[in-house]
Design a protein around this ligand. Structure first.
Ligand code: NAI
Ligand code: UGA
Length: 440
């Protein structure tokens, strides 16, 4: 089947490469010329384990191409995926501008029956908006008879394990209002469904909401655990023990129960707020979602609050080591990363920063634009003369550090561990003043 993937961001690139790995012919289109030229030259614009081999293998096999020529790619494809960004607008809603621009191009270019599939996370009701835009263009061209269907096929991959998530999904959701599109979607995903991965058919609106509801539920688990962690600190309980006690209940399950410095990334914060906005558009008050967002905003300031509690408000001439800039391990993505927001706050108080991250330094430099921040290639280098260490990302290389070396390098032995990497008891025995999240 001929597939056109519009938008070569994180999702477009991973899904495009995976679909070609499944045997389909895929042409990926983006309007950023530099990105497409780089990809045509074998350079990969994102950090994602396994993506380079996957791309090279499928490009070499002739199943995967990259272009900026949208019209050309659209005309020759039966299935068109829209995977462009849906960034937050001022009011928190998801901005559909790029999605509707692509819909307009589809209406201008299509010559035959086409299935238009949304991979981007789009607000409830977007499917119908896309349909209206395409119909308007067809009418304008005097071709209203040209048939097309809209499908909502939300994506559930996670950065850092994206390829595995796509090729081994818990479920594939296909939302459509016309049975005509169903056999094509079944054929598309046959390489996965034949291995037993379930494909769930539903209407478009339910598919759109299933995506938001899934992200909101996961975000809610995290905010819930973060609130429990604060309660642990108030009562003397230990969140890691509480987590064990809860996670063994099969109705709760062990995943997404880690307290920390709050959730970040390009999706949870944006999607929870967009869902709140959708509800308010329908004159509904969604107190739970609002609480999820509020708890997370507070949680992201927690290490800073603990640090001020320890050192006082005056931080001039203090030096802080930062381990981890990415919003989670396995990615160089720093969007909504708790580390970035905390560094900004510390710099506004004139503190000195020595930061390490195995892959996200370049992105952090671009975002922070602060020549006085010292970025370090080695985590121990960041500790030199530091009054305290703040840990934001649970990279594996931070899990079993040389404690004696750390103690010697640091000026003060204070650790604010935003990911509960260490045993508080062991750290205190090693001579550190240790602050975790909800630990005893
Ligand atoms: N990043 C993630 O882990 C996941 C993201 N999503 C959703 O997928 C969507 C895309 O996310 P990302 O890939 O992270 O976005 P991104 O911002 O990394 O990439 C979007 C790409 O679309 C391109 N683009 C925009 N308008 C275009 C047009 N008219 N023609 C051609 N290309 C155009 C941009 O140049 C950019 O390369 C969002 O709705 C997001 O919420 C869903 C699941 C996972
Ligand atoms: O819609 C999306 O874009 C994607 O959003 C998330 O994926 P992602 O943002 O890549 O990362 P997650 O692994 O979900 O982590 C999100 C944030 O939650 C935090 N987190 C996660 C788990 C946990 O127990 N505690 C916790 O604080 C992480 O540190 C991170 O900041 C979802 O997990 C994906 O299913 C979804 O497709």
């Amino acid at each position: 089947m001929k597939i056109c993937m519009v938008g070569v961001g994180y999702v477009g690139l991973v899904v495009g490469a995976c679909l070609s790995e499944m045997g389909h012919d895929v042409v990926c289109v983006d309007n950023q010329e530099t990105k497409i030229t780089a990809l045509q030259n074998g350079q990969v614009p994102i950090y994602e384990p396994g993506i380079e081999e996957l791309l090279h293998r499928n490009i070499h096999a002739g199943r995967l191409q990259f272009t900026t020529q949208l019209q050309e790619a659209l005309v020759s494809s039966l299935l068109i995926f829209i995977a462009v960004g849906t960034p937050p607008a001022q009011d928190g809603s998801a901005d559909l501008t790029y999605v509707l621009q692509v819909a307009e191009s589809i209406g201008q270019a299509m010559e035959d029956y086409t299935i238009v599939i949304t991979k981007s996370t789009v607000p409830i009701g977007s499917g119908e908006k896309i349909r209206a835009v395409i119909q308007k263009q067809l009418l304008h061209r005097g071709r209203p008879e040209l048939a097309f269907d809209i499908v909502s096929n939300p994506e559930f991959l996670r950065e850092g394990s994206a390829i595995d998530d796509f090729l081994h999904p818990d479920r594939i959701i296909v939302g459509t209002s016309d049975a005509r599109a169903v056999p094509y979607m079944e054929e598309l995903y046959e390489p996965l469904t034949s291995q037993g991965y379930p494909l769930l058919l539903m209407d478009i609106v339910s598919a759109e909401l299933a995506k938001y509801a899934s992200n909101a539920m996961l975000a809610a688990r995290i905010s819930f655990m973060n609130e429990m962690a604060r309660l642990c600190e108030a009562t003397g309980a230990d969140i890691e023990a509480v987590k064990q006690g809860m996670g063994r209940d099969r109705r709760i399950g062990p995943h997404f129960l880690s307290a920390g410095v709050g959730y970040g990334g390009s999706c949870f914060p944006k999607d929870v707020r967009a869902l709140i906005r959708t509800a308010s558009d329908h004159r509904m008050l969604v107190s739970m979602l609002q609480a999820v967002d509020r708890v997370n905003r507070e949680q992201k300031t927690l290490l800073l609050q603990k640090l001020i509690g320890h050192f006082g408000k005056t931080l001039t001439r203090r030096t802080f080591a930062i381990w981890g800039l990415a919003f989670k391990p396995g990615t160089d993505d720093i969007r909504e990363a708790p580390a970035i927001e905390t560094i900004r706050a510390l710099r506004s108080k004139h503190a000195r920063i020595q930061a390490h991250d195995p892959v996200a330094i370049d992105n952090a430099k671009r975002a922070l634009q602060d020549p006085l921040i010292q970025y370090c290639e080695d985590p121990y280098e960041a500790l030199e003369g530091a009054d305290a260490l703040l840990i934001f990302t649970e990279w594996n290389e931070y899990r079993t550090p040389d404690l004696e070396r750390m103690r010697k390098l640091m000026n003060g032995g204070v650790i604010f561990d935003g990911r509960n990497l260490y045993s508080p008891e062991r750290m205190r025995e090693a001579g550190f003043v240790y602050y975790g999240i909800g630990r005893r």
